[in-house]
Each structure stands twice: as C-alpha cells, then as structure tokens.
Design a protein around this ligand. Structure first.
Ligand code: ZN
Length: 268
C-alpha cells in the first residue's frame, strides 16, 4: 500500500507577504507536495485555516506520515490537536518537522526541550552547505556528499534538542555557523525527522536534492507495520515462569479517590 502523506502548513506567509507569494505561488505546502509527487507520492495538503485546523482526527488516523511547516502561528494550534498528533506519533505515525517547525508545539512536545537555536536572516540569504554525514542512511540515498544551497537562512548551534538518535546531515553556513540540520528521533513507535533548510523567501523546496531528501525521509519515518501491538500499561500480576514470584499486593487507591471518599487526612 502506498504511504499516505499529509503535508500540513500554515499557509499564511504566502497570503500576507508579497515576496513569499512570488517565491511560492503554489504555496510552500504546494511546493513540498510537488516534490513528493516527483517521487511517486500522492500527498494531501492541509493548512491552519482549514476546517479543524487541517488536523481532523479522521485525517490523522489515515495519515502514515505528517509533514509540518509552521512559523509565525504556532500558538494558534489547539491543545487538542497537539495531543492528537503526539498520540499518533507515539502510536507509529511518522512526523517530518521542517525549518521553523522547530518551535511548533507538536515538535516541542515530542522533544521536551526549548528547541531554541541561533539564527540569522539576512535579506539576500547566505550560502548553506548541507553535509551528508551518514551516506549509508536511508534518508541519504542518492544524496551527494554535500548539497549547496546558495541562499538560506542561518539556523545554528547550540540547538536545544535531546541528542538525536540518528544524525544524517550537518550544515555549514557562510557566516561560520554550524547546525545539526537533519536529525532523527524515535518516540514510542514513531519516528521524527527534523530538517532545517526551508526558509519562506528562498525556493529551497524546489531544489532537486532537498526533494529527494524529503521523499527518502517519508519512506524512512513511515511505519510499515502500523497494525501491530502498541506500548501499553500492562499489569502482569502472574509471571510467565512457573514458580516465579507473583504480585500479591495491589496499589492503594490514589489520593484523588481517597479525597473523593472523604478519607483525606491532610487537614486533621
Ligand atoms: Zn525561516
């Protein structure tokens, strides 16, 4: 079965900022989707202003890989949607967080850190050299040793993330900064890929290598056996081995239950 990809993007810069509209007349989400179509995918595109913020429970239940591009309106994403995306990721949905999605609520939730880093947005951009540091990694398939992006926004270290489980790309910028720009994290059953390039005023999502990286990443973060068992809170009072110690004591009622039953002794 083909991988069901949803490209979610704010899609506000394109309407609010003339330059972005000129760089991406097809919208940023549209450009990302076009790149995936080049590689045989048939992505669904949703935006923040769509019904249910473009993140309905039924769409997420039918999404194998969610791509996220957000920037200025992270705070508008409802708690309920953040909870839902997190739940789907730990249940096995792949997530690809792009560029300024480092501050997306869903990404920060999954990382548990500030996700802050250094940045510099010069008007005409600066050169970024994206180094492939794990050539054997599936996300690096058919990607050259380095990719030159002539105009990019600098996103640099220190990047406040947990140590990535897999580091595939590292970037160098003309101004001298460096960045862990292609990181994989495992969360529950799911895989998360953060990819730094992709500022809204430079046509980075039309770069042939960037398009290949995103297509490779979709295949990599996809969970091919999504129907399998889940991590669960499994009580196993009876051990598997005969004669092994059994659980005989069971937990006392929780404090809240005690309070409800009027047996809270804190005030006595
Ligand atoms: Zn940017």
């Amino acid at each position: 079965m083909s991988i069901r990809v949803t490209v979610w993007n704010e899609c506000r810069h394109e309407k609010e900022d003339e330059i972005v509209g000129l760089v991406y007349p097809e919208t940023i989400g549209g450009a990302i989707a076009d790149g995936l179509k080049d590689h045989g995918f048939r992505p669904t595109v949703r935006t923040l202003d769509d019904e249910e913020q473009g993140l309905s429970a039924s769409l997420l239940a039918n999404t194998d890989v969610l791509i996220w591009w957000g920037h200025r309106y992270h705070d508008e994403v409802d708690d309920e949607k953040v909870d839902l995306v997190q739940e789907r990721v730990i249940g096995g949905m792949g997530l690809i967080a792009l560029h300024s999605a480092h501050h997306a609520r869903v990404f920060k939730r999954l990382m548990g850190t500030s996700c802050n880093f250094a940045w510099r947005e010069s008007d005409d951009g600066e050169r970024e050299r994206l180094w492939t540091i794990q050539p054997g990694h599936p996300i690096a398939e058919s990607v050259p040793p380095y990719v030159e992006l002539p105009k990019s926004e600098m996103y640099g270290e220190p990047f406040d993330i947990p140590a990535p489980d897999e580091l595939v790309f590292v970037s160098w910028y003309e101004g001298g900064d460096v960045m862990r720009s292609g990181c994989v994290f495992h969360r529950g059953r799911g895989r998360v890929f953060y990819f730094a390039p992709g500022h809204e005023t430079f046509p980075i999502y039309r770069d042939v290598h960037v398009r290949r990286i995103l297509a490779n990443a979709v295949r990599y973060v996809n969970q091919p056996h999504a129907g399998g068992w889940r991590y669960d809170h499994w009580a196993r009072p009876i051990p598997l081995e005969q004669g092994a110690p059994k659980q005989t004591l069971f937990k006392k009622p929780r404090a809240a239950a005690r309070r409800r039953s009027g047996r809270n002794s804190r005030t006595s």
